[in-house]
Design a protein around this ligand. Structure first.
Ligand code: ADE
Length: 274
């Protein structure tokens, strides 16, 4: 996968040389190229920002350097580009909230381009222009809070996407058994333990050391359901009742959830929330 990142703070992307992502780059699984937006600002001060029309606090990024920078990136597709071009990702607090499902979709793309805004963001015509040109643009938010710029979001999205590429994570099975994985019904993962069996008076649940794989699987499923019900009940709205066993339904009922008549679970009538 090729990843181009346009930013005024390329140093912010240095962690993409570390750990599994760094190794994936060294192995040629991931080709990350960072471009300096200021190379496309041509006045004496290499200005990339200006005051907003209509007034208001803060500065916006000007469209001209962005247009020039993105045109240059788009003009140099990776070898083997299928002609669809990249997905252009614009981190922004007004974007769709990034999710594991989005990471899975993006991991199937050969080419991602990130445009990192700073200040109060980028002149809105930049996204409008590239959409009109047929570029697939996705504005993505990490969550309901405001960052100083898009670079941290790039680190998050690239890590979440790149670890799904074949060969990046050693044990591929771990990708389907973790929190938010579709194969795991989008549930939170069960609690996990390693040796020693007893630590500071706390024992590992006996079932996990008992050698009964069926019992372990049932215990883990129950824990995943209870954890999700207590911590992230919103995720149960996407849990398909058709994928639930009678035991699952019993656990969810104990937690106060029942099929909601649509495609998921909601609070059972009369249930007392935990
Ligand atoms: N830039 C500023 N705030 C952001 C957020 N919440 N997510 C992604 N990019 C951002």
């Amino acid at each position: 996968m090729r990843v181009d990142v346009v930013s005024i703070f390329g140093e912010y992307l240095a962690p993409l040389s570390l750990s599994l992502i760094g190794r994936a780059r060294a192995q040629g699984l991931l080709d990350v190229r960072v471009h300096d937006l200021r190379e496309h600002a041509h006045d004496r001060h290499r200005t990339v920002d200006d005051t907003p029309y209509g007034g208001g606090a803060g500065l916006l990024m000007k469209p001209e350097p962005w247009g020039e920078a993105l045109d240059a990136v788009l003009a140099a597709p990776p070898a083997g580009d299928d002609g669809r071009g990249p997905v252009l990702l614009v981190p922004s607090p007004v974007g769709e909230v990034f999710s594991q499902a989005a990471a899975v979709e993006l991991s199937a793309e050969p080419w991602l381009v990130f445009a990192c805004g700073r200040y109060e963001g980028i002149d809105a015509r930049v996204v409008e222009h590239y959409r009109a040109r047929g570029v697939r643009v996705r504005e993505v938010s990490l969550g309901d809070y405001v960052l100083n710029g898009g670079e941290v979001a790039v680190l998050v999205v690239v890590e979440a996407v790149a670890r799904l590429l074949p060969g990046v994570v050693g044990n591929a099975a771990s990708l389907t058994e973790e929190s938010h994985a579709a194969e795991h019904d989008g549930l939170l993962e069960h609690p996990a333990y390693t040796k020693p069996a007893s630590w500071r008076g706390l024992d590992v649940p006996a079932v996990l050391a008992g050698g009964d794989h069926g019992a372990v699987a049932r215990w883990r499923r129950e824990q995943a359901l209870r954890r999700t019900a207590r911590r992230r009940p919103d995720l149960l709205a996407h849990l398909d009742p058709a994928r639930c066993t009678a035991a699952d339904l019993r656990v969810l009922a104990e937690e106060g959830f029942a099929p909601d008549g649509a495609s998921g679970f909601g609070p059972a009538p009369g249930a007392v929330a935990h």
